[in-house]
Design a protein around this ligand. Structure first.
Ligand SMILES: *Cc1c(COP(=O)(O)O)cnc(C)c1O
Length: 365
């Protein structure tokens, strides 16, 4: 870059943006991909044929339905959204986080969440010029440190609190009673992010309406439609009508609307897949815990948080990749995640490959 260009960039791009590193996705070509909480199962052939037929009849010369009416109704039904609640769709739930932050941003306003947590809360707060306050989770079991959260809310008066339920990257469910105390005490909005709803029975969806400051966020990504980019926010119209104003027109494209609406008509297929993933989660957790010195944390999601013996996480991650298995290395991401790895639960074959590779790493050094 020329010196002039560099100084222009440094003058005009906000310092907090220049200080960021872009969201990094590991190259995965040719590897067994257990790094991104994807559903490993594809669609049965019959379903795929029906879907392609539907796409054949879908026109892309017109803009999509701006309100995605048919899809919204299907989602409300599939996700048990209470009938008196509104729905707002996003291009992934990431876009919903961004819409909420844009609507609430302002000088001196802040976003509060817990750490280690979902990194997009912090990143999007920064994009929108908001301060981010991350309250550490309890060191022993990653539960909410309720007194610390209450104290931080009192001190910082966050415009919005994000709580992932179950939490990513730790996989655990916070105690519902702690969540309720936070919702009651929060000065502003509380977003319960239920990205992993397909893998747990717990939900705040039925609690919508009980609290004036609660909204619930879901996504179709983890149930098996990550490629479509579709998330939803459910909550009282008073909040959602305002967030809708910062939504870019036509944010849910024609192909996503048609495909997701189709897929949700066949939700039983995905329910069977996510049920199978939950069974595999239990087996994989047990098998991983059988390795000497490996600690597996309880998970209500489609991934496991695993602690290796001290100093081994980076080495194991690298050696697993050399053997064709890609997982996520969390060592260094947060002090509470020292020596931690996060494999996504795959198919029985993929999990067996992970376990075989790990045995190789541990025995072979
Ligand atoms: C994966 C994930 C999301 C993002 O979902 P998209 O709909 O794919 O953008 C949101 N929140 C949490 C906690 C996640 O783990």
């Amino acid at each position: 870059m020329s010196d002039v260009r560099r100084s222009l960039v440094e003058h005009w791009v906000r310092p907090e943006i220049r200080a960021l590193s872009a969201y990094h996705v590991q190259p995965a070509a040719g590897l067994i991909k257990l790094d991104a909480m994807e559903n490993p199962y594809t669609w049965p052939d019959g379903l795929r044929d029906e879907w392609v037929e539907l796409l054949r009849r879908t026109d892309v010369n017109r803009y999509p339905d701006p309100s995605a009416q048919a899809l919204s109704e299907r989602l409300a039904e599939a996700m048990d959204v209470p009938s008196d609640m509104r729905l707002l769709l996003g291009n992934g739930s990431d876009e919903l986080i961004q819409m909420i932050a844009m609507a609430l941003a302002g000088p001196s306003r802040c976003v509060l969440s817990v750490d280690p947590g979902f990194v997009m809360y912090r990143m999007i707060a920064t994009f929108c010029g908001m301060r981010y306050v991350g309250v550490p989770l309890s060191a022993d079991d990653f539960s909410l440190d309720l007194p610390a959260v209450l104290q931080a809310m009192d001190e910082h008066q966050p415009a919005v609190v994000f709580l992932a339920y179950p939490n990513n990257p730790t996989g655990n469910l916070f105690h519902a009673a702690d969540m309720v105390e936070i919702i009651r005490a929060a000065p502003g909005l509380v977003v319960v992010d239920e990205a992993y709803a397909p893998f747990t029975a717990a939900s705040f969806m039925p609690s919508l309406g009980e609290f004036d400051n609660l909204v619930v966020m879901r996504t179709v990504s983890k149930m098996g439609l990550a490629g479509l980019r579709l998330g939803l926010l459910a909550g009282p119209a008073d909040w959602l009508d305002e967030f809708d104003k910062v939504r870019l027109p036509y944010n849910i494209n024609v192909l996503t609307q048609a495909s997701a609406e189709f897929a949700l008509r066949h939700k039983a297929v995905f329910d069977a897949q996510t049920a199978a993933i939950q069974v595999e989660r239990g087996k994989l957790a047990q098998a991983l815990a059988a390795f000497d010195g490996v600690q597996v944390f309880p998970s209500e999601a489609n991934f496991l948080l695993v602690r290796t013996p001290p100093g081994q996480a980076g080495h194991w991650h690298r050696r697993l990749r050399e053997q064709g298995v890609l997982i996520k290395n969390l060592d260094g991401a947060h002090p509470l995640l020292a020596d931690c790895l996060r494999p996504t639960v795959g198919t029985p074959q993929e999990n067996a490959a992970l376990l075989a590779a790990l045995a190789e790493v541990i025995v072979g050094g």
